[in-house]
Design a protein around this ligand. Sequence first.
Ligand code: ATP
Ligand code: MG
Length: 285
Amino acid sequence: MNVSIAAQSPPIISLQNARFSYEGGVEALRGVSLNVARGENVAIVGGNGSGKTTLAKHLNGLLKPSSGKVLIGGEETSTTSVATLARTVGYVFQNPDYQLFCTSVSEEVRFGPKNMGFGHDDESALAERALKLMGISHLREQSPVSLSLGDRRKVAIASVLATSPRVLVLDEPTTGLDSVESAQLMATLGVLRSEGMTIVLITHDMRLVAQHMDRVIVMSEGRIAFDAGVEEAFSDPDRLKRCKLLAPPITVLAQRLQAQGLLTEGATTPLQLVEQLVRVRGEQQ
Ligand SMILES: Nc1ncnc2c1ncn2[C@@H]1O[C@H](COP(=O)(O)OP(=O)(O)OP(=O)(O)O)[C@@H](O)[C@H]1O
Ligand SMILES: [Mg+2]
């Protein structure tokens, strides 16, 4: 999307000092403030229990802040129904089995657009496109319960995509997918992003973050520990460790090469590392 338009328009997601406590007293969000512009590509990372899923559930109104504000497309979630918010934000659950309940994949993927009142033709077109994007058209007659975890996850993602949301929030979507399927999913997210969709990806896979995401929000104990571009986010190993994270292996390798004077700049992807090595070699000749 046009970056200048994104920068000028109000953020599609805005949290203002949002706090949230579960019954029983765990304060899972302890004053979270952030803005996400339309078309941004954001990773939310952090150790287990740091508040990522709790934050994600605030983005579609499944959870409402105990104090502070969450605004989606300018509307406060505390006074907007989940059904209305679902027109803007599609949320893919961490566990696909919380999301799937129809007897066939085809029904599952049509349920969202049907429920939102899309006409029959639009409903069919949206469902077909979502099945195709996720590479599961051949599974349309199957029952979701009979599928592998990886395929159930793809059905869950397709059923959200079929509602044509402006923001897609995915909670650990590559769990249960093999390496090729993960790469395919990330390529699909790239297509959606090129069409202007805002992507919020929760993941424990730092290689995926380094390879595919632009911005990293690091959660620790219910707070944002830091919020930075990918290179900056992975630049400080001690800061990452305090947040129970490790940089991707390529970044660690580049940092070691830098420490030995063999590289002048860091790298977060294999391609960047190769480019740096070629540059250094060229300078030496
Ligand atoms: N339904 C619940 N009831 C009570 N406490 C909860 C509930 N869900 C989460 N918590 C607590 O809230 C905190 C944040 O949990 P959350 O699930 O948001 O973390 P997370 O970063 O998504 O973790 P993970 O990486 O394991 O998915 C944790 O202390 C967790 O134990
Ligand atoms: Mg979680």
